[in-house]
Design a protein around this ligand. Structure first.
Ligand code: PLP
Length: 371
């Protein structure tokens, strides 16, 4: 973690007390009220549950510190992505999205945005730096991309996009605001699935949009009220609790991932290793400029589907599940979802298990082929 992230994390852990009266609870309440005492409307902090409520406020306050920006919370990462895109686009507009990014974002582009007259152009993350942005309204980046882990230079994309009159939206899910700060690099909006590392325990769906343009954020907040795309108070509570340990969990996850990536590189059965934190990775130079560390995701290929499935089944410390960022190390073959990767490609999300115990389990499950 760098100094900025550390300072913001410490502030997250203590910011509530300034607003507390004597005897008030230290943690936020799980407020289930749909409606609020309203003998008069003037000065009411909350009016109706769809417009805003105390438990969302608590999470938005934490995320606002981490993002150094205004934050609007959503019931999932996709809800946040939909809200950000629809706030910035209209019929006839043009958006560029990564062809190698989160697949549901691509589906949203094809099945909904395109239907409403938005022109959606898919470009591989690795080719975006050279792509022509002329005529685009939004350039949407995901870096590192999920699952390929290609990294794009956010500041460079922002400079070219703004020169072309386009806004930049960055999906920061794979990094979280502690490991990468796209808004500081000039992005107009950050979207993220807090379902992943921020919630961190595979038990809550949640998302947020962050931005520093008050008008745009007001439109996104109003969009939440009108679409009714609102988070639940229990989920908000779980995410609030998760964020308090985010830095601690990430520290273990990322340091383990760096060790494991290095050791995987030395195994003859492993090919196509991707870990942006590792010297020699195609993304390393850009990653080190804009990311605090290499993150907790590793991509690699085994020979084929059978070998990859055998490895996943043989390793007792890999949860065979989709999603990432949880406390349990998880892995899956992404080709099973139709991602454009080799049949033996595995995305590994490194969890918080003690590093050497985890590595021993992974090493024992890998195919023992000699070079
Ligand atoms: C998981 C994910 C999402 C969607 O988040 P949900 O909370 O599942 O809706 C969006 N972008 C990326 C990069 C993701 O990994």
């Amino acid at each position: 973690m760098d100094e900025i992230a550390k300072a913001r994390m410490a502030q997250v852990l203590h910011h509530r007390k300034a607003g507390l009266g004597v005897g008030e609870p230290v943690v936020p309440v799980i407020s289930v009220a749909t409606t609020f005492h309203l003998p008069e409307v003037q000065g009411a902090a909350h009016v109706y549950g769809r417009s805003g409520q105390p438990t969302w406020d608590a999470v938005e306050a934490q995320l606002a510190i981490l993002e150094a920006a205004e934050v609007v919370a959503f019931p999932s990462g996709m809800a946040a992505i939909s809200a950000a895109l629809t706030a910035c686009l209209r019929a006839g507009a043009k958006v560029m999205i990564p062809s190698d990014g989160y697949y549901v974002t691509r589906l949203l582009g094809r099945d909904f945005l395109a239907v409403y007259g938005v022109q959606v152009v898919e470009v591989p993350t690795a080719e975006m730096p050279e792509a022509d942005f002329t005529g685009f309204d939004v350039i949407y980046v995901e870096t590192p991309s999920n699952p390929g882990l290609d990294v794009i230079d956010i500041a460079a994309v922002v400079a070219r996009a703004h020169a072309a009159g386009a806004k930049v939206i960055a999906d920061n899910t794979t990094m979280t605001p502690l490991l990468q700060r796209p808004l500081d690099l000039g992005a107009d909006l950050v979207v993220a699935a807090d379902t992943k590392a921020p919630a961190g325990h595979s038990d809550a769906l949640f998302g947020h949009v962050a931005g520093r343009d008050a008008n745009l954020m007001a439109r996104i907040r109003e969009g939440r009220r009108q679409s009714g795309s609102v988070p639940g108070p229990f989920e908000a509570y779980l995410v609030h609790r998760g964020i308090e340990t985010l830095e601690l969990r990430l520290a273990r996850m990322c340091s383990s991932a760096a060790v494991i990536a290095e050791r995987l590189a030395g195994r003859p059965a492993v090919r196509g290793l991707r870990y942006p934190g590792r010297a020699g990775d195609p993304s390393h130079a850009v990653a080190m400029r804009q990311m605090v560390n290499g993150g907790f995701l590793i991509g690699f290929e085994l020979a084929d589907e059978a070998e990859a499935e055998a490895f996943l089944a043989a390793c007792p410390l890999i949860e065979q599940a989709t999603s990432f960022g949880g406390v349990h190390t998880a892995g899956e073959r992404r080709a099973r979802w139709g991602d454009a990767v080799a049949p033996g490609f595995i995305r590994l999300s490194v969890g918080i298990e003690p590093t050497e115990v985890l590595w021993a389990a992974i090493a024992a499950a890998l195919p023992g082929r000699k070079a």
